[in-house]
Design a binder for this molecule. Structure first.
Ligand code: M6R
Length: 599
């Protein structure tokens, strides 16, 4: 997804902006550009990668904005790349998001010449108009954004004006306060090596960054946004010796899970401390939980739904966020809508949250990103604390989401009086053992690499599992297809025979989740079904008598309802090594972006 970086200060802007763009590469992009403001504006932009950008060795400017673009309006061409300028090249703009009314604005600006197909290009032309009308840069930007419908984070610099002005609506922007200058970015990873003191802009904020510092305005009035310290080390966002971020993040799971659980469990009383303060009366009268999420987060939600029903005795549905409507005669006051989103910026999930909130339902965000839109929009928030995830394929954040949601299920069960202290204690003990169990799987990586090499030429893969094994089979298939480009599908094990069994051959391995919490004995019948069609079967099992049914067996340590989550780590490694064998660009799969901020 698009990324923004900007710098103004005592140092030369070009190397800072260029490095910032490199740091944002993980978000996915297809074109890139930089504008430097020094007695006039120089723009360098291009479709392709940052390293292809033709920039001078040095440039005297101390003010620059940069952008990585992921195309939405107009193809990934040089002309469509950001920054966009007005006709005279006096105003330069970078933009994340979508301007819904750009066609109407273009029609209105009929005396201006447009060169790109983008929605963004209306912005520099509008700013140009307001500057010509004696506005200063900030008020020109304020007047411009008042004309825009849609979502945006923008940075605008103009010849003869100090620094640059940024503004946001429904798209994140974070300001960095360094000793030698000020930064702005769509996420902190862009400038973390320069400063960890940041403030998150709110929707409707406009900020002017100059060599003198940062001034923030809301509705035209000066305001302050608290400065927070980012605890993540810059090196935590680097590959740390692994070939890919994805592999590093798979291996970080034990540590990430420890962070997720830290200080939150009381295994003696069976209570959890999530700093979650849902009113007692609301909880006891709760009729339904709706989980809204996309992709991997949706699979984590499906895992959680079963735990919510089992431990908190409350009907729970899982909605694909892009399809969500608050409907069906529900009582909004007795419905809790839980948005699960790693980034906290997924447009489909945010939109579902807003629909729920406007119907009157209470919302809870489960997210990794402090200061994200989901975290700020929701009535309540619980952070999964997984640390930065750079690989497009979600791995450690899935584990941290499921662990966090398991704690939420305990919280709900305890508050509603549906979960005994003993049962809760035993669940929390399992959670405590989770990092160690995941480590055991990671220690078996060598074998997953060998098995992956054996199956790398397969036509397709089917993943099957029941109960908690079903979301894990969906997740295993998603991981494999997104990074290896081999067709893979996940199924409720009992569903395969209702159609897809016709596709099963000796060239389509079947991966079966056969652990506690996944009704493994029943799934063994389905294993036999596919075996009799000659399909090789890879079993991820915690049963001690499954070897004879399986061509390959991976063993999961005993951990009750968390066993399918541990099994998932085998599926991650399996997907990774198949993709690696095939030489795929694992951290940046084609057509995909880490954070999908358009609907
Ligand atoms: O940031 P979110 O969790 O809201 O992202 C939702 C999906 O785009 C995401 O989980 C996606 O499916 C994964 N990156 C795939 O590995």
């Amino acid at each position: 997804m698009c990324g923004i970086i900007g710098y103004v200060g005592n140092d030369h802007a070009l190397p800072i902006v260029a490095t910032g763009l490199k740091n944002l590469e993980y978000r996915g992009y297809d074109s890139v550009g930089i504008a430097l403001n020094e007695n006039g504006i120089d723009v360098f932009k291009k479709s392709g990668e940052i390293d292809d950008l033709d920039v001078p060795e040095t440039h005297p400017s101390n003010c620059g904005i940069g952008h990585t673009r992921w195309s939405t309006h107009g193809k990934p061409t040089d002309v469509n790349a950001h920054p966009h300028t007005d006709e005279d090249g006096e105003v330069a703009v970078v933009h994340n998001g979508i301007i819904d009314n750009y066609e109407a604005l273009r029609a209105e600006l009929d005396s201006h010449t447009f060169t790109s197909e983008t929605d963004t290009e209306v912005v520099p032309h509008l700013v140009e108009e307001y500057l010509a009308d004696d506005h200063d840069l900030r008020s020109a930007v304020e007047a411009t954004i008042a004309r825009l419908d849609g979502s945006f984070a923008i940075a605008v610099t103009a010849s003869g004006h100090d620094g640059f002005v940024v503004a946001r609506r429904d798209s994140p922007l974070v300001v960095g306060h360094g000793d030698d200058g000020a930064f702005v970015a769509s996420d902190v990873t862009a400038f973390l090596e320069h400063t960890r003191d940041v403030s998150y802009l709110e929707d409707g904020d406009v900020a002017h960054l100059t060599t003198d510092g940062v001034s923030v305005f809301h509705d035209g009035e000066g305001t302050d946004r608290a400065v927070q310290t980012v605890e993540w080390e810059a090196e935590a966002a680097e590959k740390g010796g692994y070939d890919h971020y994805m592999l590093k993040e798979i291996h970080e799971q034990p540590q990430a899970l420890r962070q997720t659980l830290s200080g939150r469990l009381d295994t003696v009383t069976g209570d959890v401390d999530l700093e979650l303060d849902l009113p007692e009366q609301y909880l006891s009268s709760l009729q339904e939980i709706q989980i809204v999420a996309c992709g991997t987060s949706n699979h984590a939600g499906r895992y959680a739904a079963r735990l919510f029903e089992q431990f908190a005795d409350v009907r729970t549905t899982v909605e694909t966020a892009s399809e969500y409507e608050f409907s069906g005669g529900r009582d909004p006051w007795r419905t809790l809508v839980v948005a699960v989103t790693q980034s906290g910026e997924t447009a489909d999930t945010l939109s579902a949250m807003r629909r729920a909130a406007s119907a009157g339902a209470r919302t809870l965000a489960i997210t990794n990103m402090v200061g994200s839109t989901a975290a700020r929009d929701a009535d309540h928030v619980v952070y999964i604390r997984a640390g930065p995830e750079i690989g497009v394929a979600a791995t450690k954040t899935f584990a941290a989401q499921v662990a966090t949601l398991t704690m939420v299920s305990v919280y709900l069960g305890r508050q509603r009086g549906t979960l005994s202290g003993d049962r809760a204690s035993s669940l929390l003990s399992n959670l405590r053992e989770l990092p160690g169990a995941v480590q055991q799987v990671l220690d078996d990586e060598e074998r997953t690499r060998d098995v992956a090499a054996e199956f790398v030429d397969s036509d397709a893969f089917f993943f099957i599992g029941r109960k908690l094994g079903w979301p894990v089979s969906l997740e295993g298939a998603l991981k494999l297809k997104e990074i290896s480009y081999i067709h893979a599908e996940g199924f409720a094990a009992g569903e395969l025979k209702h159609g897809t069994l016709a596709l099963v051959t000796d060239q389509t391995p079947v991966v079966a989740v056969l652990t506690d919490g996944a009704a493994p004995r029943k799934s063994l019948n389905n294993v036999k079904e596919v075996e009799s069609r000659d399909a090789p079967v890879v079993g991820v099992s915690s049963l001690d008598d499954t070897t004879k049914y399986l061509d390959v067996e991976f063993t999961v340590p005993e951990l009750g309802v968390l066993e399918p989550l541990v099994a998932n780590v085998y599926l991650q490694l399996f997907a990774y090594h198949i993709a690696d064998e095939l030489g795929r660009p694992i951290d940046k799969p084609r057509n995909l972006a880490k954070s999908v901020t358009v609907e």
